[in-house]
Design a protein around this ligand. Structure first.
Ligand code: WQD
Length: 340
């Protein structure tokens, strides 16, 4: 049985990936410092799979603690989610983001080299493309400087990994997610925002719950179908499946270069108002919303061409948007009143 380390494994995409890895027969170790996750997710994962992953509360910025972990566990592959991810906060506190996201990454890479771990998967983001000139976005679309320090830590992270694998001959895959949405069918794990939600769907579900008065729609004067911005909403369970397939690709030596990139999206673009309607129809309720000014740093549109992941990973999105809207709502109802 192969041992996989999942950093940030108690977080949103991390926890769903841990479940998928365990169900695919992997033995999973989680490192998570709980800076943007909850300890109870550990028992929720265990309740779903009936297998308790090994969990350590380690700050990846502490190189000594990271080294001790690797010296005491034989790890066959790593999936690295652990990072701060609030776009707005990163604009206010750039150095906190660069230090946490890049120091954590470099410590894991250094420990990989010291302990002969060969396979690494990086949680990246479509934000590395900035506002792409043409749609849909594929892996050869030119990168641009992302609008936020958060996005820049993803782009710089990919560059650090590229230099690392070129120097060491290790193997890595960077998965560039579009907009993750939805929750596990059990409604016991999902996206738990820290305070006021930055992302659209948690704000929608909190509005539906009555926790928020109304949803602010950031701008309706974009050059799009209905004036609101377009994104590619991809179900978190489909994303988890892609991580399992990517890890299997590396473990079986099927990767065709030391560093590969895959866009993970549904291939469909939805406007903000189309998402509001989809959520209302999927859950038979109404969402209060009001048009607000554009949010600084937002791009107009982004949606994926995932054919490279389909051809090389044998992956494709299978969850309809309606189902993601339903699981997101079911999870919010299970969460109940969210603590500020
Ligand atoms: C989606 C759309 C907003 C909230 C970022 C990161 C990406 C990924 C997901 C981190 C935009 C609009 C939002 C609201 C709104 N990683 N919106 N009212 O900005 O596309 O992507 O988060 O988690 O790497 O870049 O996601 O959900 O914030 O916004 O109108 O209250 O919804 O303007 O058009 P984004 P988002």
């Amino acid at each position: 049985m192969k041992n996989i380390l999942v950093t940030g494994g108690l977080g949103y995409i991390g926890s769903h990936t841990v479940v998928a890895l365990q169900q695919a027969g992997f033995s999973v170790y989680i490192i998570d410092d709980l800076s943007n996750s909850q300890l109870e997710v550990w028992e929720k994962i265990t309740a779903i799979t009936k297998i308790q992953p090994v969990y350590y509360n380690i700050d990846l910025k502490d190189l000594n603690a990271v080294s001790v972990f690797f010296q005491s566990h034989k790890i066959d592959g790593i999936i690295h989610f652990a990072a701060y991810k609030a776009v707005g906060e990163s604009v206010e506190k750039p150095l906190m983001y660069y230090r946490n996201n890049l120091m954590g990454l470099m410590n894991v890479l250094e420990a990989m080299e010291e302990n002969k771990v060969d396979n690494f998967i990086f949680s990246s983001s479509c934000t590395v493309y900035g506002q792409a000139d043409a749609m849909p976005i594929n892996e050869s679309t030119p990168l641009k400087r992302p609008e936020s320090p958060y996005g820049n830590t993803k782009k710089m992270g990919e560059e650090i990994i590229e230099d690392f694998v070129n120097a060491t001959g290790k193997n890595a895959i960077a998965l560039r997610y579009f907009n993750p949405v939805g929750a596990h069918n059990s409604a016991t794990i999902g996206e738990v925002p820290n305070g006021i939600p930055n992302n659209l769907i948690p704000y929608v579900t909190q509005t539906a719950m009555g926790i928020r008065e109304s949803l602010g729609v950031f701008g309706n004067d974009y050059e799009t179908r209905d004036g609101t911005a377009v994104r590619d909403y991809i179900d978190v369970n489909d994303l988890a499946d892609a991580h399992v397939k990517a890890m299997q690709r590396l473990l079986e030596g099927k990767n065709k270069s030391n560093l590969e990139f895959f866009n993970l999206g549904s291939g469909n673009g939805s406007t903000v108002l189309e998402i509001v309607t989809a959520f209302e129809e999927a859950n038979n309720l109404k969402i209060n919303y009001e048009i607000k000014p554009r949010r600084a740093g937002d791009i107009v549109q982004a949606y994926a061409d995932y054919s490279f992941a389909k051809n090389e990973l044998g992956w494709q999105p299978t969850t309809p948007l309606q189902a993601s809207m339903q699981t997101a709502w079911k999870f919010q109802q299970q969460l109940g009143e969210v603590k500020e």
